[in-house]
Each structure stands twice: as structure tokens, then as C-alpha cells.
Design a protein around this ligand. Structure first.
Ligand code: BGC
Length: 456
């Protein structure tokens, strides 16, 4: 739907990634967006920005409010346009249709390789001068800076880093069953029956596609390590699709499903989390947005719940970076958009926002003692660099939207239909990779470092 060519004309005065001519052409191709009329704001604020995002759970809304209040204190009105749907599945669709109908928001949550698609379409404001003034290239974690830099331009403001391979457990439920949070598959399998006998699901599950694939990422990492993960989900190597460790990861997904007490239904992530919180399930494996939600409900880490790496993934950081991008229209709001971008990448605002959200600030230096133990481990591990960092597929860090969709459909189908054999999925992935794989796959991984790219 969005044009994929990257306009190479010189950038215009106000700094989108394409010239005004290319921008107009792109917008015409998209159905012609109009600029919103400039309406003076009441209350002494000197401008409003409408922000589209998918933060709709309790803690997510509070985190968005932290940003909105920060904008307000700096004289900007944040107009919230939240779209429900975990992992931004709904928000992505709404954003596309709003741009097509000429109702482009000013700011949008866009993450991972989706940023590059929108930059290619010439629709993102360049933030080069903001980044230079804020010394982002030195102050941000290197992978985070690479993530927002595309073709020599900075295209988004990074606000938080999530760790996705985390297991959160209900301490009371585990203590009553006399078990510890599992750190290996063997330990976990051994205790699964103990929990089941008590009528408790070892793991809270939902059949919602993005929740299934978020869990699967951790299983794959646990069985195949970062190397197989990258070969399969980043570089799409046909040989990786045939690997026996992938067969085992798929088998484990089925086993976990068979552990579930009662049918696995499609429910949103806060309902999945509630199953753990209310003691119907012992644990949940997902990103640390779940930690924000538990803490927002008054649960304390180490008291009511534990946070640890998903089994067998302790030494890796499966990551998702949250970013807000500024959309170009008639450039009337560029100064305001740049001010918001600068504000978003400030330590005080990020500290408060990330504490609420469950994630960690994106700075290379910060006071680790100010973080809770789960956040501290996330930030310290990620800071060690590329060897431990693994980009999330589901959260758009690993590959482009089209391949991500195909992989998610296959994995989801396998999860819901027990008649599909693991080998069938593997054969299908292998054939798809032969067709879809392009030289350089992996180079477009968000924050790509060279070892990840497939040979050209
Ligand atoms: C986003 C998080 C969000 C989560 C659940 C992820 O893709 O990065 O900010 O909390 O989805 O919707």
C-alpha cells in the first residue's frame, strides 16, 4: 500500500526524508492527505499534536499520560488517539487508513522496520537537528541509535526498551505448589504436572496470534539459541527451517498448550495476565509491559510476583524498542514536532515514563540503582552489546512486515490446529524462504549490525 521506493532528492527545508515534490507524489498515491487547519489553542499552550498509539491497558495509558503531562508542561497540548489492540495490530491499520483518507495524525507510535517503510514513503519528519542538538549518537544505547537512523537520517524518537523473553510468576501459587520459577525446560516440564494436579495452568495462554508468536520467540531462543533464531527469523535461511531444534521448539509450543487447564481462548494480553494474577495460571511469558501492568495494580516485584528470563534464555535479551515518529503534512507543525521529539529523549521524562510502562530508558548511561531488579537486569544485559541482543519478530524488530506476517500466520495456524505437524510448518517455511528471501536480509533488522545480515 505504501510506496516502497526511497526518494533520493535533496531533503526540503523542514526536513522530511523526501523532497516536497516526492512527498506530494507519495501523498497523491496514498489518496491525498490534507493538512489540518491551524487552530489556535486555548489555555496558553502554543500548539497541539495528535498522537496515535496502541497503549490502552491501565499502565500503558498511565505511561502515555506521563508523556502527555510532560508535553503540557513544555507548552504543548498532547491530543490522545489510542487504538486498542496489543502489539499495534489495530493501530497499524488505523494509521494506514487515516493517512489514506487525509486525516494524518501528527505523531504516531511506529516501531521497528515499519519505521523504514514509512520513511521510504517520505512520510516521516527528519529529526537530524534534534538528534544532533541532543547528542543522541553518543547518549543513546548504540543499537537504539542505529534503530532510529535510516539512510543517514534520524527518523524517530526512541522512548523505551522492552525485554520480551521474560517469565512473570505468581509467587503465592508457586509457593503453595512447592515449586520454584523454572529456569530450564527440564525443570519446567517436571513441575507442570504438579501445578496441573492443583487445577492450575503452568502458563497463561491466549490463542491471539501475536501472543502465540511472542511466546514462540522465547521457546525458539531457548532451544536454538541466538544463532538459530537469527538464521530463521532475521536471515530466513532455508536450512534453518529444517533444523531439528526448530522441530523441538514447535513441539514445546504444543506441549505447553496441552498443559493448559481448559481450552485456550483468544483473549487480549491483560486478560492473559489476569489469569496469572488471579492464580488460574502460575506464570506468563511476555514482554515487561506485563510488569508495568502488575505494578500499576499494586503488585510488588519480589513480593507478589517474580520476574526472570524465560527458561533457557537467561543470557539473551529479546528486545523491542518503542519509538514515536513525526508524520509530515504541510510542515506547519514541524517546530512543535521537533520540540516534542527533543523532550521525549530526556532522562527525567524517560525515567518516569519507563517506570510506569515496565520498560527501561534508552540511554547508554543511567543510574542503574534507580531501576527495579527486573529492569536493571534488562538494561545491564542489553548494554553488553550485540552478542546478547536478539530482535523480536512479533514486535517488528527482526524483519519486514510482509515476512513477519507470513511467519505469524504459519505459527498461529500450527498453534490452533493440532493436526498440523511441526515438519509441515518447517517445510512450508523452507519453501517460503526460498521465494521471499532477498540478498541482504537481516540488514534491515532494526538496529542491524553486520553479522546479522545474510550474504549479498
Ligand atoms: C509495544 C509495547 C506494548 C505492547 C503490548 C509492544 O509491541 O512495544 O509498548 O505495551 O506491544 O501492546
Amino acid at each position: 500500500m505504501v510506496p516502497t521506493t526511497f526518494p533520493d532528492d535533496a531533503p526540503p527545508r523542514s526536513g522530511s526524508l523526501c523532497s516536497r515534490r516526492a512527498f506530494v507524489l507519495a501523498m497523491t498515491a496514498l489518496g491525498g492527505a490534507h493538512a489540518a487547519p491551524a487552530v489556535p489553542d486555548a489555555g496558553g499552550l502554543n500548539g497541539s499534536l495528535q498522537v496515535l498509539h496502541w497503549w490502552t491497558s491501565l499502565s500503558e495509558r498511565r505511561a502515555a499520560e506521563v508523556l502527555a503531562a510532560g508535553a503540557h508542561r513544555s507548552g504543548m497540548r498532547w491530543i490522545d488517539a489510542a487504538v486498542p489492540g496489543g502489539a499495534g495490530i489495530g493501530a497499524g491499520k488505523v494509521l494506514r487508513s487515516r493517512v489514506l483518507s487525509g486525516d494524518t495524525p501528527d505523531v504516531t507510535q511506529l516501531i521497528g522496520t515499519a519505521l523504514q517503510d514509512w520513511a521510504d514513503a517520505g512520510l516521516l519528519l527528519q529529526l537530524d537537528s534534534v538528534a544532533a542538538a541532543g547528542k543522541w549518537s553518543q547518549s543513546l544505547l548504540p543499537t537504539v541509535f542505529r534503530h532510529v537512523e535510516y539512510r543517514g537520517h534520524v527518523i524517530a524518537a526512541p522512548i523505551g526498551l522492552h525485554r520480551v523473553n521474560l517469565m512473570f510468576s505468581n509467587r503465592r501459587v508457586l509457593a503453595e505448589a512447592g515449586v520454584q520459577p523454572a529456569s530450564s525446560w527440564e525443570q519446567w516440564s517436571a513441575q507442570a504436572e504438579v501445578l496441573r494436579r492443583r487445577g492450575i495452568s503452568p502458563l497463561a495462554l491466549s490463542s491471539e496470534a501475536w501472543q502465540v508468536t511472542t511466546l514462540f520467540e522465547s521457546l525458539l531462543l531457548g532451544t536454538g539459541g541466538a544463532d538459530l533464531y537469527a538464521a530463521l527469523l532475521v536471515r530466513h535461511e532455508p536450512a534453518a527451517a529444517a533444523d531439528a531444534r526448530l522441530t523441538e521448539a514447535l513441539r514445546r509450543l504444543r506441549v505447553i498448550k496441552s498443559w493448559h487447564v481448559g481450552k485456550v481462548t483468544e483473549r487480549n494480553w491483560t486478560e492473559t495476565l489476569a489469569a496469572m494474577k488471579e492464580g488460574r495460571a502460575a506464570s506468563t511469558i511476555t514482554g515487561d509491559w506485563a510488569k508495568g501492568e502488575l505494578q500499576g495494580a499494586g503488585w510488588q516485584l519480589g513480593a507478589e510476583f517474580d520476574c526472570q528470563a524465560a527458561p533457557d534464555t537467561e543470557s539473551t535479551h529479546l528486545y523491542s524498542i518503542d519509538t514515536l515518529a513525526m508524520l509530515t503534512k504541510d510542515y506547519a507543525k514541524s517546530p512543535l514536532q521537533e520540540r516534542l521529539a527533543a523532550l521525549l529523549v530526556t532522562p527525567a521524562l524517560q525515567a518516569e515514563y519507563n517506570r510506569t510502562k515496565g520498560s527501561v530508558p534508552v540511554f547508554a548511561r543511567l543510574d542503574a540503582a534507580s531501576l527495579d531488579a527486573c529492569a536493571r537486569e534488562s538494561w545491564q544485559l542489553f548494554s553488553r552489546g550485540d552478542g546478547v541482543q536478539v530482535p523480536s519478530l512479533t514486535h517488528r524488530m527482526a524483519t519486514d512486515e510482509a515476512i513477519k506476517e507470513v511467519l505469524m500466520v504459519e505459527l498461529h495456524r500450527y498453534f490452533i490446529d493440532d493436526a498440523i505437524a511441526a515438519q509441515t510448518v518447517q517445510r512450508r517455511l523452507g519453501s517460503m524462504f526460498k521465494i521471499l528471501r532477498r540478498p541482504g536480509d537481516g540488514a534491515r533488522r532494526a538496529g542491524a549490525a553486520l553479522p546479522w545480515a545474510a550474504p549479498g
